[in-house]
Design a protein around this ligand. Structure first.
Ligand SMILES: [Fe+2]
Ligand SMILES: [Fe+2]
Length: 184
């Protein structure tokens, strides 16, 4: 890695830690390490990766987003807090793709005070499935980052060791709950 890349990586990690400090230590967020999102990647790690990718896009393309809204919205975009693969759940709905942004928004409103941009990011990140398009540039960036990361995860093209390092460096080794696996 060249110096610029290392500096950008450190700056983005620090920004995620700073803007997402309350989210990163919230038990519900930490518990999302139990639920798989795509392939072998947990919802928590997926959310960290989307936050990283969105912040990277913002920096690289000089999109001039509010970094705080961008990172917080990305960390909470999939805050639905259940295992969507579990067909035995009482409230299982096969249309998870369509309705989980609404569930994530309701959960996030209960646990955090959200800005208008954070609400837009969470509720529109599945566009065009959500029909209504994003209103702010932050929501467009998270929508793009989420699709990119989700595709890599679904095709299992993500770099597993890099992913584990990212999670450990942002969340820390000892912050997981109740024996959650360190490798997801
Ligand atoms: Fe989602
Ligand atoms: Fe997502």
């Amino acid at each position: 890695m060249n110096r610029n890349k290392i500096r950008n990586t450190l700056e983005i990690r620090n920004a995620i830690r700073e803007h997402g400090s309350d989210i990163l230590k919230h038990p519900n967020f930490l518990d999302s390490a139990r639920n798989i999102q795509h392939g072998d990647v947990s919802v928590m790690k997926h959310s960290l990766k989307v936050a990283y990718a969105a912040a990277w896009l913002n920096k690289k393309l000089h999109i001039n987003c509010s970094e705080r809204d961008l990172i917080r919205g990305a960390l909470l975009h999939d805050y639905f807090l259940y295992d969507w693969h579990d067909t035995s759940r009482k409230d299982f709905n096969p249309l998870h793709g369509f309705y989980h942004p609404g569930v994530a928004l309701r959960n996030a409103r209960k646990d955090f005070v959200l800005s208008d941009k954070e609400e837009d990011i969470i509720s529109k990140h599945m566009w065009p499935m959500t029909v209504k398009p994003p209103k702010c540039r932050e929501a467009w960036v998270v929508t793009a980052a989420d699709k990119y990361i989700s595709t890599l995860e679904s095709l299992r093209l993500h770099n597993r060791s890099r992913m584990i390092r990212l999670r450990r460096r942002i969340i820390g080794k000892n912050n997981l709950h109740n024996g959650q696996k360190l490798n997801r």
